[in-house]
Design a protein around this ligand. Sequence first.
Ligand code: ADP
Ligand code: MG
Length: 374
Amino acid sequence: MRVDKLKLINFRTYKSLSFLPSEGLTVITGENAQGKTNVLEALFMCAFGRSHRTSKDNDLIAWGTENEMGGGCYIGLELHSRSGSHNIEIKMRPGEKKKIFIDRAQAERTGELMGMLNVVMFAPEDLSIIKEGPAERRRFLDMEISQLKPSYYCNLQRYNSVLKQRNALLKDGGLDRAKQLFMWNEQLAMCGAKIMQDRLEFMDILSGISCELHKNISSSKETLDVFYSPSVGFADDMGDIIKVKEKIITALERAEETDLIRCYTSVGPHRDDITVKINGTDVRAFGSQGQKRTAALSLKLSELELIKRISLEKPVLLLDDVLSELDDMRQRFLLESVSGCQCILTCTSIDSVRKAGLNDFEEYNCKMGYLTKV
Ligand SMILES: Nc1ncnc2c1ncn2[C@@H]1O[C@H](COP(=O)(O)OP(=O)(O)O)[C@@H](O)[C@H]1O
Ligand SMILES: [Mg+2]
């Protein structure tokens, strides 16, 4: 898969940009706060329909242009994948719902974008995925599965909307709210069971790949074990959706009394997590900083490998300022895994790229919202 052209109008620091990345490696250098990450953010938007760093679309519109005639911002992308050439466009106006166009036809749902452009974004904050709370790890799961299985994304959205309504009922419902909960439990459990099945399936494959990768990164000193830790235990019933659904309903009913007091739903896939162990010990609780970062790198690289295997296509890599975060050995692993993919890398100094042994690339310099080819 490769991006042929990215066009931006009034997106963040860019009044107008036309960017044609190389088929291989493109390096964007520049001082801080010049707009390097903004380019990757725009590409990420085309893959997921949302930014990786804000949920507020309005933040993306270039300041001061909100009230211009025909105001708002535009992202246009031309890409090439196994299914041919495609065009993705996103239009955002202040206070309006964003509009997404795929091959010139307006998409009804963001979910339609999933799988059109597969990207793997790697930013410094990804190295703390093990250190962070479960929400970060669920986000990782959700993003990756959505790219590989668009129906997962739709189901997840449905689940979140039912969850919101159930929580609203717990909070504001009248005296008979216990009775109404019954209906929401049913719907929540149906969507939830599908989510759990997909997460388990994904984690099973990811676990095998990450174990192998980690063995290499740690020179066979460490065994990495990554597995799915669902909020509702499913024993051996995972293959049977009806049984999983029943397990969720039972868990919801069991928690009902406390949920009614706390006014939120305390069990379900929205409380799932991933457990990461090195040599049998929980890394999050007992691992060193170095182990946490290496495990995160292994996870991230497995994601890349898994997308390659499942989609039978190389994703586009977005490496945001990560070289400086990794020591020589880890850099080498990262750069070996990404070779052969189209890759857009940002950094403050080209020296870090040369030092990592990369010579074959196109370089752009980013300054105050302009990209200039070097
Ligand atoms: N909506 C916006 N309109 C104009 N400028 C913005 C907007 N949002 C962020 N910026 C500016 O973008 C810059 C940060 O861009 P970023 O791509 O993160 O920089 P970096 O080069 O460090 O990766 C900051 O200068 C910030 O003020
Ligand atoms: Mg940046």
